[in-house]
Design a protein around this ligand. Structure first.
Ligand code: WTA
Length: 650
């Protein structure tokens, strides 16, 4: 990525855009100078049962971090995503569902039908004893029932926590137990790319490690045979037919939790990020509308999975709060062929397409002919999320998918931030390939010196990215552990929310995200804590010690590189390598499988026993010429062996 990257001017001739260049400047200035007025006005984009009188009450002071928005307001998120669009949009499609199998029929769910399904599912939850504040774990594939389940929880004030369907039974059990879920909603099996994942049997395995009071609600999606535990398992669709289609929505406080979403941090177990009702929904709605310039009649497609935050904010909550038509895709970009994304865009006349750089890179490798055989003239705006987009992928996306006429929004944000933080806005902020560009309304970025924490002013500077004031979509706490929340995000640089990312502010004041500066890696846009993979590896009886780092990977962005020290009486072998790969798959899930495993007789440690990850990263990057100072190592010879046997010689 170079500073000199070409500028991509704002396309002309689009007069209707939600934000113009002048608007952006004026409204941004107001949003950071007078957030009360700015957000007080924006909050009214939602319907409130009882309007708020207090807009912002936030404090980043270590020891008393507290984040509250619209705190005395009362509302219901489901009403805002469903009921309030009736009757005007009753016949409009809310959700287009495209199944894995291209020959199977797509579903078009209108707002009226959405309302019916969500009310029924809410009544099913009530019939199972779910009450306000209870936690419900959702372990579902990309089917409309996942959205129904989220909204049904919101309707009755239950807190949902979605676990990505690619996670293993162990990972599912840990999350069920951590949040103390009363029930889990799953499906029989999940087809993806022509293959099926046995979600129900995964759930059965997970529930062996949970309280026997946890109930299991099953969506019979494929109709495949599964085991059935009488008294515990419930057939959701059958019950939905029996219950009433009316379920009163529970009035909720703006600061009542809406959902918990587990994400990886640099240390320890996954963290339960808590988002609340009012601020999150205002922010998801506004970012969806402005970043994608969503207009009535558009068909919006975010290719993420609902198991990640991107799916929460930009498949379900943002679009539905805006009365949009949102597309949900069950499959993968390469099934039945690498033209599937474009076939779906053509079939459903998609206007906004939002995906991850890793998907673009993998499709780029298949050649442009897969794109060119489809009519993509409906596309108006393209988006990117999850990791920095390299200029080659950007240029390919622009040329072959956008035909040079669709603005590309590169959206930087995190599970913790609820919605976009730094992004261009179509027709308002001119882009540069690889730059996230400028902050969204209400976001105050600061570039800090990593070591001292001092603010680096001016342009043409580099450091770490922190945010100096709160915005409505910010996470409020970690489930059950407010102290860990403060330590993880506010301790390192007092007075700031620390993103964990490095960044550069160029000569024009544009922000370029340079990647994580902590022990979090980003594999195919999926966030992974190296500590999680390490603890899975050392749980294997033949492993004595393990250290995991990321390394540059052409398609995935980063790959997982594991250094493994085996027990004294064990001889490393190909068979053991495969065994460890399989082991990590079962402990966490397929996305955590190491790409490279190097047998390490020893790991480089300081005399106090701390693993020197900096050195391991360099060797994994095949950049061992610049190892820096190794004089503090307890056994410098260890490094020579690691270099000689390095796995990445590319
Ligand atoms: C990275 C995903 C560069 C970043 C929404 C962040 C990005 C982490 C971008 C959050 C982008 C996300 N450019 N890097 N446009 N978007 N990231 O929580 O390192 O799964 O901290 O949220 O992804 O990942 P998460």
């Amino acid at each position: 990525m170079s500073h000199a990257a070409a500028r991509h001017p704002i396309p002309h001739g689009y007069a209707k855009a939600h934000v113009s260049p002048e608007d952006y400047r004026a409204r941004y200035a107001e949003s950071v100078k007078d957030p009360e007025t700015f957000w007080g006005r924006e909050g009214r984009r939602l319907d409130w049962v009882q309007p708020y009188t207090r807009v912002k009450n936030t404090d980043f002071t270590l020891g008393k971090v507290s984040i509250r928005w619209f705190e005395d307001g009362v509302l219901n998120a489901c009403v805002n995503c469903v009921d309030r669009h009736l009757p005007a949009r009753a016949g409009q499609t809310a959700i287009i569902w495209e199944p894995d199998d291209p020959a199977a029929p797509a579903r078009h769910i209108t707002y009226a039908e959405l309302s019916d399904k969500v009310n029924r599912m809410a009544n099913v939850l009530l019939s199972q004893g779910v009450m306000r504040g209870d936690r419900v774990v959702i372990y579902l594939p990309m089917i409309p029932e996942a959205a129904f389940a989220m909204l049904a929880c919101a309707r009755i004030g239950a807190i949902h926590s979605i676990v990505f369907a690619g996670f293993s039974p162990d990972a599912l059990a840990n999350r069920i137990n951590d949040c103390g879920a009363k029930l889990v909603i799953t499906a029989d099996t999940a087809p993806r790319g022509g293959r099926k994942t046995a979600l129900k049997s995964n759930t059965d395995a997970a529930l062996l490690h949970c309280s026997d009071r946890v109930r299991c609600l099953v969506i019979k999606h494929t109709g495949d045979q599964t085991t059935w535990v009488q008294g515990r398992d419930v057939d959701v669709l059958a019950l939905m037919d029996q219950v009433s289609p009316d379920c009163p929505a529970r009035p909720m406080g703006a600061e009542d939790p809406l959902f918990i979403l587990y994400t990886s941090g640099s240390t320890g177990r996954p963290k339960g990020v808590v988002h609340t009702t009012g601020g999150y929904l205002v922010y998801a709605s506004m970012t969806h509308q402005c970043t994608f310039d969503y207009q009535d009649g558009d068909v919006f497609w975010c290719t993420a999975d609902v198991g990640w935050v991107t799916g929460h904010s930009y498949i379900v909550y943002g679009p539905l709060a805006n009365g949009a038509t949102t597309l949900m895709f069950e499959g993968v970009p390469t099934f039945p062929d690498p033209g599937r994304f474009w076939a779906v865009c053509e079939k459903h006349k998609v206007t906004q397409f939002y995906t991850a750089p890793t998907a673009i890179r993998s499709l780029m490798g298949q050649g442009p002919e897969w794109v060119e055989r489809h009519d993509l003239s409906s596309l108006r705006i393209l988006g990117s999320v999850g990791e920095p987009i390299n200029p080659e992928a950007w240029a390919w996306y622009d040329k072959h998918v956008g035909k040079g006429r669709c603005p590309i929004v590169d959206t930087f944000w995190q599970t913790e931030t609820g919605g976009h933080m730094i992004t261009s806005l179509p027709y308002a902020i001119e882009t540069k390939p690889g730059a996230a560009t400028l902050p969204f309304f209400g976001v105050s970025p600061a570039v800090l010196d990593a070591a001292s924490g001092t603010v680096i002013e001016g342009n043409g500077v580099e450091g770490v990215l922190a945010i100096s004031d709160s915005w409505p979509g910010q996470m409020r706490t970690l489930w059950g552990d407010h102290q860990r929340f403060e330590e993880a995000y506010f301790q390192q640089y007092p007075g700031y929310y620390f993103t964990g990312d490095g960044c550069r502010r160029d000569e024009d004041g544009y922000y370029w995200i340079t990647g994580r500066v902590d022990d979090v890696i980003n594999v195919s846009g999926h966030r992974m804590g190296t500590a999680e993979v390490e603890s899975a590896l050392v749980a294997h009886p033949k492993v004595a010690e393990a250290a995991v780092v990321g390394y540059p990977h052409d398609i995935k962005g980063q790959g997982i590189y594991a250094y493994v020290t085996v027990m004294n009486d064990v001889t490393p072998s190909e068979e053991l390598r495969r065994e460890l790969e399989g082991w990590v798959r079962t402990e966490i899930g397929p996305i955590a499988k190491p790409d490279l495993i190097q047998w390490a007789p020893g790991l480089p440690k300081t005399r106090s026993g701390k693993i020197m990850r900096r050195i391991l990263r360099k060797i994994a990057e095949n950049d061992y010429g610049s190892l820096g100072d190794t004089s503090t190592l307890a056994e410098p010879a260890v490094v020579d062996d690691l270099i000689d046997n390095r796995m990445n010689r590319g």
